[in-house]
Design a protein around this ligand. Sequence first.
Ligand code: MEV
Length: 438
Amino acid sequence: MTKAVSGFSKLTKEEKINWIVETHFSNTIEAKNIIKQYWNDDATLQKLHDEFIENTITNFYLPLGVAPNFTINGKNYTIPFAVEESSVVAAASKAAKFWGNRGGFKTTIINTEKIGQVHFIYKGDKQKLEQFFNEVKPKFFSETESITKNMQKRGGGILDIKLSDKTVDLENYYQLHATFETKDSMGANFINSCLEQFAKTLKEEALNFTSFTEEEKNITVVMSILSNYVPNCLVRAEVSCKVEDLAEKHIENPQEFAEKFVQAVRIAEIEPYRAVTHNKGIMNGIDAVVIATGNDFRAVEAGVHAYASKDGKYSSLSHAKIENGIFTFWMEIPLALGTVGGLTSLHPLVKVALEMLEKPSAQELMQIVAVAGLAQNFAALRSLTTTGIQQGHMKMHLMNILNQFNATEEERKQVVKHFERNTVTHSAVVDYLAEIRK
Ligand code: MEV
């Protein structure tokens, strides 16, 4: 068993690596080489990355791919994706091309409201608490002025603060439930700073509120934190065309395809096991763009899946219908994103990704990300309801298998050619490689 280490964070990077390889690896030289192989030669760039987190020992690469030809509200985009799954970018590009030829993607911002809460315990008369809240409410705004000044200049700020009684669910539990507009920033730091000031004001003002008894004055703030559930920070993405216009390779009968597609979405709407995988496919596109643009994909994931359960049962995020000969496929999704602050001005590749998208506002980025999700979902459902998913997936996975077996350039060419006409499976590739290596 490994012994615990003390003062690890105080060690230099070299010392940390030495401790790790000596403690956990049998081949210390090889482990050290691999770790260091991923260091960047540019010391300034490496230092920047080292300082993003604590105890950095190296970099962990994800491929950054692009899918061009996305038409969104008539504008053309090249969308960057940071993702390791082999089929995601190819699927996005295919869906972009398919819908580019059929009017493109249409998106609308439904709302951009963010949420934060101060969770507190108050033991006493509810009416007195309400009276207290109404009296001190202006102070929550005035005492956060130094925090909100700049945000207000950009058109954002605190929208409202409400007192919420949660005592039915938990004894003596109340909240300050606040809503915010954070414009082009994701707003986590802004919201949390406001909330911590609200909490301070709440506690201090309670001590001065003469109608409170001594016990009532003693409000306990349990915590102050933004919510990653943002059902009112919502974007809609949609595609539609005449059913007959869906015809393409593998879609010989567009009516049949459209009906099967709608059925597939219905299944995800009513069946949670399918819904989770269906939504995972949507997140393949969403997370990849969220990561490439320096946003917090854990926050997005948490909020999106909570939204998928908003009606009490986990369900599909996307929907589809055929009405009057028109096929429509759409999705409404909560996305709290930023194009300023956080990593956006720090990470050189994030800056590149944002410039590739022509420096979008947070609202524009919400629309692009939603489209990446819908496109991915379309591509997955199209494959699932026609050829099956493995044909495309295994074609993309072929390179991984070839890399695993250190195939030479010549072998690669031969294998790729062979599998243009044959079904790719792991064992078929291994067998074929063995055959040509004989
Ligand atoms: C794989 O990463 C994603 C899919 O499973 C999504 C789906 O089933 O809809 C193909």
